[in-house]
Design a protein around this ligand. Structure first.
Ligand SMILES: *Cc1c(COP(=O)(O)O)cnc(C)c1O
Length: 415
């Protein structure tokens, strides 16, 4: 593959117009949309409208007149379309960590009501730390055991002792994607429930929660959904589970009639009981703009088309790096079916300074301790030439030795 080949792919790319939806700094190749998605063109004006008119002028009336109170459900219905959930089944609220606490707690209550001898939460040792911390906290609180398995050992841990399996669909560090249908079936066959974290999946890869047999799901608004820094997260419960238990953060927004102001808690019907406090209106307005950029792809073949382009981009980048950067090891799976929308490379010593030197050249990826160079590919914005150029810049950083400069070796708080 030559750079001209990459340019030819861009010229033939039917998804190319989707890039116009974003404000993109010139001369920047942004390969970190899996950590903070880029800014949609509509967001600034929409947030300004909410601030100046809906808040500044209409004030408290906007809860009704501007539909603020329904934002968690309205934006939730849009995200539902991207993950194979039905309308009315998914709401936006809180952070991913908090939503995991809610669904895992509800799932444990269900599992233990049906089978008290099931005392294990099973997860993967390489799962994202916040997921493991929340699972550990719930295990402590309830006197249960958290069992961490290596990836290949997961099926063997699904036995009569397992209450709930908690997994992240696409691994944040390796980019490895689980077979959601197979693992959900294995959990179900073992009599366990399964919670899926879609942080690196929603808006990045096709997900079909119903078809794949998921019980609960959560996911992130500020990554591939382009909701902005700290955007609220989402939570889904299968409709057959949603009303079985209270979720533990039983706040008034999850009450059946919050404005009755009654002293006793009566959970709302369906997924709305997974709300806790007052919705973050400004953040929800921004998130809706971000979700709309992904939904815009429906006119161009939807998630299936985005997935085809994402795989082609990650394949191109991984092949170029392997051909030109012999010191780096490809960590992400080569098989398309096992790879999310990112490429991860490792180097035992210089991963951090190489990423810093690359960022200084205008190619933004990130470093994940201890040795990973991580590159997220968002097919809404990226061009084939970007993937080609990023690999070439990486080759030059390594060949020149510029990563040795002291400025590239100072650790920042956020990597
Ligand atoms: C990004 C990410 C989170 C983030 O959780 P917050 O509560 O939003 O900070 C959680 N889980 C996974 C797997 C992630 O990748």
């Amino acid at each position: 593959m030559t750079r001209d080949d990459a340019l030819a792919l861009d010229a033939a790319d039917t998804l190319a117009p989707l890039r116009q939806q974003f404000v993109l700094p010139p001369d920047l190749i942004y390969l970190d949309g899996n950590s903070l998605g880029v800014l949609p063109r509509t967001t600034a004006a929409r947030v300004q409208q909410v601030v100046q008119q809906e808040w500044g002028v209409d004030l408290i009336r906007s809860w009704n007149s501007a539909g603020w109170i329904d934002l968690p459900q309205r934006v939730g219905d849009k995200i539902a379309q991207l993950v194979g959930a039905g309308a009315g089944e998914l709401v936006v609220a809180d952070s991913t960590s908090v939503n995991l606490f809610k669904v895992l707690s509800a799932a444990l209550s269900m599992a233990q009501a049906d089978a008290p001898q099931r005392r294990r939460i099973v997860s993967e040792r390489s799962n994202f730390p916040t997921d493991l911390y929340i699972a550990e906290a719930l295990a402590r609180e309830r006197g249960l055991e958290l069992v961490l398995a290596e990836t290949g050992d997961l099926p063997a841990r699904l036995d009569e002792r397992c209450a709930v399996l908690v997994l992240t669909h696409v691994n944040y560090r390796s980019g490895r994607m689980h077979d959601m249908a197979a693992l959900s079936r294995a959990a179900s066959d073992a009599g366990a429930l399964v919670v899926w974290d879609l942080a690196h999946s929603a808006g990045a890869v096709p997900v079909d929660l119903h078809a794949d047999g998921a019980d609960f799901a959560i996911g992130c608004g500020y990554k591939y959904l382009n909701g902005g820094p700290g955007a609220p997260a989402f939570v889904w419960a299968h409709p057959r589970h949603a009303e079985r238990f209270w979720q533990p953060l039983a706040g008034w927004m999850g009450h059946a009639a919050p404005f009755d102001f009654t002293p006793g808690y009566r959970p709302a019907a369906g997924i709305s009981r997974y709300l806790c406090g007052t919705p973050a209106v400004l953040s929800l307005a921004a998130l809706e703009c971000g979700v709309d950029t992904v939904l815009a792809a429906q006119a161009y073949g939807g998630m299936a088309a985005l997935r085809r382009k994402s795989l082609a981009l990650t394949r191109l980048f991984a092949e170029r790096v392997q051909a030109t950067c012999p010191g780096l090891t490809l960590v992400s799976p080569r098989a398309d079916a096992e790879r999310g929308s990112q490429v991860c490379l490792s180097h035992p010593e210089i991963a951090y300074p190489v990423i810093q030197a690359l960022i200084a050249r205008g190619v933004v990826g990130d470093f994940r301790a201890p040795d990973i160079l991580r590159f997220g590919f968002t097919p809404l914005t990226l061009r084939y030439a970007d993937a080609w150029d990023a690999a070439e810049q990486l080759r030059q950083v390594l060949a020149s030795g510029e990563w040795r400069h002291s400025e590239f070796n100072q650790r920042h708080a956020v990597t």
